[in-house]
Design a protein around this ligand. Structure first.
Ligand SMILES: NC(=O)c1ccc[n+]([C@@H]2O[C@H](COP(=O)([O-])OP(=O)(O)OC[C@H]3O[C@@H](n4cnc5c(N)ncnc54)[C@H](OP(=O)(O)O)[C@@H]3O)[C@@H](O)[C@H]2O)c1
Length: 251
């Protein structure tokens, strides 16, 4: 168990399950005080506080698709660490997908996807700006290989992740002055609840085209990439999008 994140405070959104839960656990196992944001985080918090390094953790149930989501996160942060506390790491992971062809899409579908996947990270990162430490902070946005692919019935989801790439590059340009890095990880298919909702033919095709063992990724493989990006060894990497897909998509 490494202690390279000891003394750092990390917020991971969408950490009740799937990739986000594993990321929060991985960062805590490297010493970070972790704050997973989502419903149902109690079991995860119990696992984190029982780690041998006694990493502190708290959770917060917030709907990040709502305007006032970030305010609730700030209140929870104040209650946990005090009003003048600082954070060092933000992982914008929470997201949803809608599987529908263009002809069936509604404004409500658009709002469901974009309010969480694009506006959510924007409002939360913006609200947390005054709370980041003075230097060397880390922001990681979780995208998808879908951002650069064309999959039938996934246009809202794929385009939302492409928009996130744009935010990532521009925030890297804006925030780098004090050593802060902003990067994006685009996973290929990983077995979580979200994958169960993706059309099987797309996942089968992706698995077949994946050079590494023709398989889907694991939550641990993605969490370790995120852990490297939020650690001290990635200080010269910013504005990048990393394809975490076993060679499925090459950037
Ligand atoms: N799994 C894959 O194959 C795959 C591939 C590429 C990219 N990704 C990306 O990886 C990230 C995590 O995906 P996953 O597979 O772990 O998804 P998941 O299993 O569906 O988990 C989604 C997480 O987001 C939270 N969430 C959903 N709506 C929310 C809202 N309105 N406000 C706050 N939190 C909300 C969920 O919390 P609740 O439990 O409270 O609903 C849950 O913790 C996403 O950005 C996804 O796009 C996944």
């Amino acid at each position: 168990m490494s202690s390279q994140l000891k003394g750092k405070v990390a917020i991971v959104t969408g950490a009740s399950r799937g990739l986000g839960a594993e990321m929060a656990l991985e960062l805590a196992s490297r010493g970070a005080a972790a704050s997973p944001i989502a419903e149902l985080v109690d079991a995860l918090i119990n696992r984190i506080v029982q780690l041998p390094n006694s990493a502190p953790a708290t959770g917060c149930k917030v709907d990040l698709s709502k305007h006032d989501g970030p305010t609730a996160v700030l209140s929870a942060l104040d209650a946990w660490l005090g009003p003048s506390s600082h954070i060092n790491i933000l992982v914008n992971n929470a997201a949803v997908e809608v599987v529908k062809g263009l002809a069936e899409l509604t404004v409500e579908d658009y709002e469901t996807v974009y309010d969480l996947n694009v506006r959510g990270p924007m409002l939360l990162t913006q609200a947390l700006l005054p709370r980041f430490s003075a230097a060397d902070n880390r922001i990681v946005n979780i995208g998808s290989v879908g951002a650069r692919c064309g999959f039938a019935k996934l246009s809202l989801y794929c385009s939302s992740k492409a928009a996130l790439e744009g935010l990532t590059r521009c925030w890297a340009a804006e925030l780098g002055g004090n050593g802060t890095t902003v990067n994006q990880v685009n996973p290929g298919p990983v077995q979580t609840a979200m994958l169960d909702n993706i059309p099987k033919e797309i996942v089968d095709m992706q698995r077949m085209r994946t050079p590494i063992q023709n398989r889907v990724g694991t939550v641990g493989e993605i969490a370790k990439i995120v852990a490297w990006l939020v650690g001290p060894d990635s200080s010269w990497v910013s504005g990048q999008v990393i394809s975490a897909s076993g060679g499925l998509e090459l950037y």
